[in-house]
Design a binder for this molecule. Structure first.
Ligand SMILES: [Zn+2]
Length: 271
């Protein structure tokens, strides 16, 4: 697996050299920091620290709202590469491991929260301890954290009906508003699975100012659907080299190869 993964990254980097990624807003996805779980999506803290130091020095880290505002400008006016850092799910390591690093480098972050796990203190798959509402409220008081929705139960919205989707979205919006005092305006699809039913997607569009998928490419000014934002997942095996490529909007081919695999991997599950 490791060998084929690095072969895909090498191929993706070669494709980028032939056709460099265009300018635009890059949105990075993180899941866990601390390196406690043997997962591609759990980064050792020193790697995360090095990545945030790189962003602070070589990119223009921005809030998602600031990044979305750049999409209204002409492409040549985007300026230094805007990068928005996002986290999914709501595990305790967000506050314990990632937040101190983000605060040290003054990097804003959006956390997309699957609210049932926090409300019921239910573990995420892969032994993911959930955050508490209290810890999250403290995190928000840094002024760097925006909380978005990731449904209530981490529902896969490509396989539910309109009523189930609406209920998942409403419960998560209400809980975030009630527990943290601010209703979320941004959304990320669990497992980056886009709805196949336009009625389900309409429920998302009606409630949020943006919705994120995957794609590992920049969001281009004037050509981006804000409810289908591309994001670039950062993986442990990226190391610094492929991380830097992702911050400049590169490696789309890696995502294309993963998309085929994920459709097969999640074919029977609901969350
Ligand atoms: Zn998720």
């Amino acid at each position: 697996m490791g060998g084929s993964r690095s072969a895909v990254k090498r191929a993706a980097a070669a494709i980028d050299r032939l056709r460099p990624p265009p300018p635009g807003l890059v949105v990075l996805i993180y899941h866990r920091v601390g390196g406690h779980a043997p997962m591609e999506l759990d980064l050792p803290t020193p790697s995360f620290e090095a990545q945030m130091a790189h962003l602070a020095e070589h990119a223009a880290p921005c809030t998602l709202d600031e990044g979305l505002a750049t999409l209204d400008r002409p492409e040549e006016a985007v300026g230094e590469r805007p990068v928005a850092v996002t986290f999914d799910d709501g595990t305790a390591d967000f506050v314990e491991e990632a937040l101190p690093v983000l605060v040290r480098h003054r990097i804003p972050v959006t956390l997309y929260l699957a609210t049932a796990f926090v409300e019921e203190q239910r573990r995420f798959p892969g032994d993911g301890r959930p955050l508490s509402w209290g810890a999250l409220a403290d995190a928000c008081s840094t002024g760097l954290v925006t909380v978005g929705s990731h449904t209530h139960r981490h529902a896969l919205l490509d396989r539910v009906d309109r009523r189930t989707a609406a209920d998942e979205l409403d419960r998560s919006v209400e809980l975030i508003a009630e527990r943290l005092g601010t209703a979320p305006v941004h959304f990320a699809y669990p497992k980056a699975l886009a709805p196949r039913d336009p009625a389900v997607e309409a429920e998302v569009r009606a409630r949020f100012a943006s919705a994120a998928l995957s794609g590992t490419r920049p969001n281009r000014p004037g050509r981006t659907d804000r409810w289908r934002l591309s994001r670039s997942p950062v993986q442990r095996s990226d190391g610094m080299r492929y991380f830097v490529a992702k911050t400049t909007g590169g490696l789309w081919f890696e995502d294309a190869a993963r998309g085929v695999l994920n459709r097969w991997r999640y074919r029977g599950s609901r969350s």
